[in-house]
Design a protein around this ligand. Structure first.
Ligand code: GAR
Length: 203
């Protein structure tokens, strides 16, 4: 059976990208990261892709004519690489409805909060500030809203009284590194069904 091809979009450190690469290698998953795309030329995620021999490219927003041009370039690279699933792994830009509709139910995101709480930037800081006792991460399909698409899976962690931003973010990140590869593996095994807002994991 041919490997299922995914494209990973990242903006920075790329630890979630690394978790996907490690899961594929360690579990021998029939999944290939066909391309890594970063919106910053100095993103460490590009270095990780290069070290792993994975095709990678920086598409920098301010070097594009406009958002449409930026997204068209991303779309062109993804299609040229025969990508079936787009994985946002720490990609810190909102994609327009045009892009989102082209990749409907073929585009997933990892967010460091138990959605629908704490959408947008610095979800971990928002959770600490609010005083919740449980935090976590969510893998969801991307829709037109910000972090609002159908939820595939979530993992929870406790928030401790003496947590700092770093300790809480670190505890959540450990779970992100499990959740994102798990969701991708479910997708590659055709075990994900979407009905409206609800996602069912089939046996
Ligand atoms: C992760 O915590 C991810 O959930 C978050 O950015 C970090 C990227 O880390 N994404 C968002 O906040 C998206 N709204 P990484 O570059 O080490 O994978």
């Amino acid at each position: 059976m041919n490997n299922r091809k995914i494209g990973v979009l990242a903006s920075g450190f790329g630890s979630n990208l690394q978790a996907i690469m490690d899961a594929i290698a360690q579990k021998g998953l029939p999944i290939e990261i066909a391309v890594v795309i970063c919106d910053k030329g100095d993103a460490y995620a590009l270095e990780r892709a290069k070290n792993a021999g994975i095709s990678h490219v920086a598409i920098v927003r301010k070097e594009c004519l406009d958002k449409n041009d930026f997204e068209n370039k991303i779309d062109t690279v993804l299609r040229a690489a025969d990508v079936e699933l787009v994985v946002l792994a720490g990609f810190m830009r909102i994609l327009s409805s045009g892009f989102v509709s082209k990749w409907k139910h073929k585009n997933i995101n990892i967010h460091p909060a138990l959605l629908p709480a704490f959408t947008g930037l610095d979800a971990q800081g928002q959770a600490l500030e609010y005083g919740v006792k449980v935090a976590g991460c969510t893998v969801h399909f991307v829709d037109e809203g910000m972090d609002t698409g159908p939820i595939i899976l979530q993992k929870a962690v406790p928030v401790l009284d003496d947590d700092t931003h770093d300790t809480l973010a670190g505890r959540i990140l450990v779970q992100e590194h499990l959740a994102l590869p798990e969701a991708i593996e479910l997708w590659a095994s055709d075990k994900i069904e979407v009905h409206g807002r609800k996602v069912y994991i089939t046996k």
